[in-house]
Design a protein around this ligand. Structure first.
Ligand code: SF4
Length: 238
């Protein structure tokens, strides 16, 4: 089986613990208004790899992973190619490499279930905290995502929650309350990352002739992230 890959980052440090080989899969059914990777959306683009071909590349960097690093498969939406990612992760596990997916959690089927069996850590992007924002800014409802989180919780899968803070959309106290409500009670959640909205991707949109819906919204400062983190910690009592 071959997988369609958009790009590879050999020594990533922001997608999971430690130093990681990050594979960005091609294809995504969603259209997040702040998406950094609109070039991954189309299912017609991308380079084809077998899992073994990717593993051979990964093994060249294994010494950099140390105890905590490993491989992260992001996207696009990795769940769209769950069988391929499972095959890759099985090879990684055979070679003692930590595996992680970065997903929107927007779908569930038997292939996804099998993928989680060989996934050590799930980075789940809880993109919004209510149905109307999901429909308006993401392109799916919130229910599949909440259900995905519930399934992760039931199998006690180590999970990090990621949430992008966008001025006027997700930077409100009400939204942070909503995030706390979603997170509360799931003991598998090890970490919550609030990420600042950035506009580095603007040129990608221009090159693709696409409209970047949030182009007029200012980037989120680290100070604002720190403030919201404090509010979230208070809400969660941690
Ligand atoms: S799920 Fe990820 S790749 Fe897909 S549109 Fe959203 S941010 Fe972009």
């Amino acid at each position: 089986m071959k997988g369609k890959v958009n790009s590879i980052q050999t020594l990533g440090t922001v997608d999971g613990p430690g130093v990681r080989f990050v594979v960005f899969m091609q294809g995504c059914p969603l259209r997040c208004a702040y998406c950094h990777n609109p070039d991954t959306w189309s299912f017609d683009e991308g380079d084809e790899y077998t899992a073994k071909e990717l593993l051979d590349k990964i093994l060249r960097y294994k010494t950099y992973f140390g105890i905590t690093g490993g491989v992260t498969v992001s996207g696009g939406e990795p769940l769209m190619q769950a069988r391929f990612v499972s095959e890759l992760f099985r090879l990684c596990k055979d070679n003692g490499i930590h595996t992680c997916i970065d997903t929107s959690g927007c779908l569930w089927n038997d292939d996804v279930k099998e993928l989680l069996d060989v996934t050590d850590l799930c980075l789940l992007d809880v993109k919004m905290t209510n149905e109307s924002d999901y429909i308006n800014y993401i392109g799916c409802g919130i229910k599949p995502v909440l259900s995905f989180l519930k399934k992760l919780s039931q199998i006690n899968k180590p999970t990090w929650i990621r949430h992008v803070v966008v001025k006027g959309v997700t930077n409100t106290e009400e939204n942070i309350n909503g995030l706390a409500e979603i997170i509360r009670g799931h003991s598998n959640i090890e970490k919550v990352e609030l990420l600042p909205f950035k506009k580095l991707c603007l040129s990608k949109y221009e090159n693709l002739g696409l409209d970047f819906r949030f182009k007029d919204i200012p980037e989120t400062s680290n100070e604002e992230i720190d403030e919201l983190k404090k509010i979230l910690q208070l809400k969660l009592g941690v």
